[in-house]
Every structure is written in structure tokens, then in C-alpha cells.
Design a protein around this ligand. Structure first.
Ligand code: C2E
Ligand code: CA
Ligand code: CA
Ligand code: CA
Length: 275
């Protein structure tokens, strides 16, 4: 009944309990997932907008759960972050991606997503160096992708970590650009090599003229600051044409390839758009 606080509590408690148990179960499963080899990386190429040559691939994590099937990173990465498991999982992703990339043509890079939790861990530069060394991969072929949330809480610490990583010779990309808050000032203050324009701006090209204006502005500003621009989520030839006209250097999206297991990388050198 209305105003019956206790009744409401009794109603919700079992449901909350069930969710909590479900979550604990997922954390337990995730803890053993690494050891059981259930985590795998898929790779999605990005291409030169000018030539279609593959300039690298982004590693994207997948969890092949024995009962639940393939679980999307959007569903288990938050669990990994909250439980702290993102630290060993993230270290594994770095090593695995570097080991895979040594087999690719030398001009191709591998891009690895780094969670804000991982980024705040002071061991990250060392973890990156260990992954490179164990795999025997040249540091210039590794790129990490971070979102601007990593920059927010402690600007000095973030700058320090970014500088340490770049001092190794590793490139740093700012992911999902345009979705956060103070994007413009971040671009000026932090030493990124590349900016990835978020899929939301690409998606409505070219029907929405305002998106075209935003993409052009991002690209002009990035170039002025000495950064290159990659557009993600490119699905149509029309989008690719607009992005190329705006001067974006690299394109990535289903138009070229979906993320695929390493064994299916049939796109070694160049990729024409699939229609
Ligand atoms: P993200 O880094 O922004 O990755 C791009 C996402 O968009 C990927 O989803 C990719 O499969 C999807 N995508 C690529 N091209 C297209 C396209 O043309 N159209 C559409 N609709 N989607 C496209 P995915 O693989 O589900 O990954 C989701 C997010 O999970 C990633 O977003 C990233 O934030 C996170 N993630 C994935 N792997 C890792 C990892 O190893 N470590 C960390 N910390 N995060 C990861
Ligand atoms: Ca990314
Ligand atoms: Ca992104
Ligand atoms: Ca994203």
C-alpha cells in the first residue's frame, strides 16, 4: 500500500538479493575465465582513408562463457572493473594482442583498449613494457586507446602516466571523442597521437548537416594540434566519402570488416568497402 515503507522493502529485497547473487556468480566465473581460456580477442582493422591499406587492427575482448555463450564486453567489463579483475585481464589482453601483432606486416599496428581503472593503476607503463618485451613487438606498433574519463579526476597523474607510456614509444589514442564533457580543453592539454571520432557522429552522416560540421571541426582542430583522426563505426560508402572529404586519415567500421578471430584475418594488406 501507498506509504508502506516496510512492505515496499519486503517486495524488493528478494529481487535485489537475486541480482546480487547473479553478480557474484559472474565475478566468480570471470575469475576462472582467464585460466580456462574462455577470454578471446577479436580484431577489427582500420584502413587508410586514401588508399584502403590496413594500417592496424583494434583488439576487442570476447568472453565465451560455457553456459551463457558469447558475452559482450559491454556486459562484463563493468563487472571486471568493479571487482578489480580488469587488472589481470587487461594485462592478458596487452600480452595476447602484442603476441598476435608480431605476425602481421610490419607497417600494421595493434590497438588495445585500456579501462580507466587500469589506467589509474600506477603499474600500467610497466605492464605495457612487459607485454612488448615478452612478445618481441616494437613499441611503435602498439597503440593504446583511452577515453577522456581517465583524464578527469587526477589531471597530473593522468598526464604523468600518458608521458611515461609515450616515452616507451607507444602511441596513445583518445577513444569515443565527442561524447564526453570538456573535450576541447583535453585535446589541447594532453599528448595524444590520434583522436577517434565516436560512432554517434559518423552514424548520421551525411543526412545530418550538423554532424558534418562537427566532424570537420574535430578534424581541423586535431590536425592543428598534430594529431591524426580515425572515424569509427563507418557502415556506408557515403559515410566513408564524407569522412574522406573532411580529411579523416583512417576509417574503421563494418563497411570494411567486423571484428574477427585472429585466424580469420583475411584482410592482411588492403580492404575495399564491402557493399
Ligand atoms: P569501443 O572501444 O568504442 O569499440 C568499438 C565498438 O563498436 C566495438 O564493440 C565494435 O565491435 C563496435 N563496432 C565497430 N564497428 C562498428 C560499426 O560499423 N557499427 C556498429 N554498430 N558497431 C561497430 P564491442 O566489441 O562490443 O566493444 C564494446 C566496448 O567494450 C568497446 O568500445 C570498449 O570500450 C570495450 N572493450 C572491448 N574490448 C576491450 C578490452 O580489451 N579492454 C577494455 N578495457 N575495454 C574493451
Ligand atoms: Ca576503442
Ligand atoms: Ca570507440
Ligand atoms: Ca565506446
Amino acid at each position: 500500500a501507498k506509504g508502506d515503507g516496510r512492505g515496499t522493502f519486503r517486495f524488493f529485497a528478494p529481487e535485489m538479493d537475486r541480482r546480487l547473487q547473479e553478480r557474484q556468480r559472474l565475478v566468480q566465473d570471470l575469475r576462472s575465465a582467464l585460466a580456462r581460456g574462455e577470454l578471446v580477442l577479436h580484431y577489427q582493422p582500420y584502413v587508410s582513408a586514401e588508399t584502403g591499406a590496413v594500417s592496424g587492427c583494434e583488439a576487442l575482448l570476447r568472453w565465451q562463457h560455457p553456459e551463457r555463450g558469447m558475452i559482450s564486453p559491454a556486459d562484463f567489463i563493468p563487472v571486471a572493473e568493479q571487482s578489480g579483475l580488469i587488472i589481470p585481464i587487461g594485462a592478458w589482453v596487452l600480452e595476447e594482442a602484442c603476441r598476435e601483432a608480431v605476425r602481421w606486416p610490419a607497417e600494421q599496428r595493434v590497438s588495445v583498449n585500456i579501462s580507466p581503472v587500469q589506467f589509474r593503476n600506477r603499474e600500467l607503463p610497466r605492464t605495457i613494457l612487459t607485454a612488448l618485451t615478452r612478445a618481441g613487438l616494437s613499441s611503435s606498433r602498439l597503440e593504446i586507446e583511452v577515453t577522456e574519463t581517465v583524464l578527469i579526476d587526477d589531471v597530473e597523474a593522468a598526464l604523468d602516466t600518458l608521458r611515461q607510456i609515450r616515452a616507451l614509444g607507444v602511441r596513445v589514442a583518445l577513444d569515443d571523442f565527442g561524447t564526453g564533457y570538456s573535450s576541447l580543453s583535453y585535446l589541447r592539454s594532453f599528448p595524444f597521437d590520434k583522436v577517434k571520432i565516436d560512432r554517434s557522429f559518423v552514424q548520421e552522416l551525411p543526412t545530418r548537416r550538423d554532424n558534418q560540421v562537427i566532424v570537420q571541426a574535430i578534424r581541423d582542430m586535431a590536425r592543428g594540434l598534430g594529431m591524426s583522426v580515425t572515424a569509427e563505426g563507418v557502415e556506408t560508402c557515403e559515410q566513408a566519402d564524407r569522412l574522406r572529404q573532411s580529411g579523416c586519415e583512417e576509417l574503421q567500421g563494418y563497411l570494411y570488416s567486423r571484428p574477427k578471430p585472429a585466424g580469420d584475418l583475411e584482410f592482411r594488406y588492403s580492404l575495399a568497402p564491402k557493399l
